[in-house]
Design a binder for this molecule. Structure first.
Ligand SMILES: Nc1nc2c(c(=O)[nH]1)N[C@H]1C(S)=C(S)[C@@H](COP(=O)(O)O)O[C@H]1N2
Ligand SMILES: [Mo]
Length: 233
């Protein structure tokens, strides 16, 4: 996938409402009504030309986001992912530990709530049930807090949200280890939610019964982040 540095990182709290407001009614209906599903199905080319102008084309390009550049740089030899909080046994995993776990693969489209999309991203990584098996969640845990090495970026997913979609802790993207700018060595992938739910440069997962709003949610983004039409009924 082609990369393109965006000199203007996502630096303001542009919620879905604000975004829709900037586009006008016709387009907002297209983007956020039923046709969000058609967009998910990849039929962008059937949209009117005026809309195509603002909807990124099939195979659109990534924009690299960081709230606190430069990107965290880990030493792969010493990097550890911590899993703690409401677990039976807190654990730490090295990259070698994670790669020795059962890895899952999927291809999914990636959506940023500000309007850009990358189609057909290939991910390989560890499903959360596999990842949490050894630590073991305590019965009172209701959510996982994902804490980035890039402070203060955090996001929270409830166990229910995690259950209901193809989410994973991704280690590889498009056939190679996730590049540094995309969150190396590990990033959270939740295809049916907007990109802001996917924490890059993951350092820690804390199981909790009091989920806190994530970084962008504290700044106005929707609390759950489902891409319209994809929330489980
Ligand atoms: N640590 C961290 N994770 C992050 C972000 C960020 O700024 N910092 N931005 C989020 C948002 S809003 C999006 S759309 C995606 C962008 O992923 P990319 O930078 O790989 O394109 O990362 C998400 N995860
Ligand atoms: Mo985003």
């Amino acid at each position: 996938m082609e990369e393109q540095e965006d000199p203007l990182p996502e630096g303001r709290p542009l919620g879905r409402k604000a975004f829709v407001g900037t586009l006008g009614v016709g387009l907002s209906a297209l983007l956020w009504g039923d046709s969000a599903l058609r967009l998910v199905a990849g039929v962008t080319e059937k949209l009117p030309a005026s809309v195509q102008a603002v909807v990124p084309p099939v195979g659109g390009q990534w924009r690299i986001y960081a709230i606190n550049p430069p990107y965290p740089g880990y030493d792969e030899a010493t990097w550890k992912l911590t899993i703690d909080g409401l677990v039976d046994k807190p654990v730490e995993y090295s990259m070698a530990d994670l790669r020795a776990m059962e890895l899952a693969e999927q291809t999914s489209d990636f959506y940023c709530v500000t309007g850009w999309t990358v189609r057909g991203v290939e991910w390989r990584g560890v499903r959360f049930d596999t990842l949490l098996a050894e630590a073991g969640l305590k019965p009172e845990a209701t959510a996982l807090e994902f804490i980035s090495e890039e402070e203060p970026y955090v996001d929270t997913l409830t166990l229910k949200q995690l259950e209901q979609q193809e989410s994973m802790l991704a280690l590889d993207m498009d056939g190679e280890p996730i590049r540094r700018e995309h969150g190396w060595p590990a990033r959270v992938v939740v295809p049916r939610m907007y990109g802001y739910k996917g924490v890059k440069w993951l350092a820690r997962i804390t199981a909790t019964d009091k989920p806190e709003p994530g970084y962008w949610q504290q700044r106005g983004y929707s609390l759950d982040g489902w891409i319209d039409g994809t929330a489980p009924s």
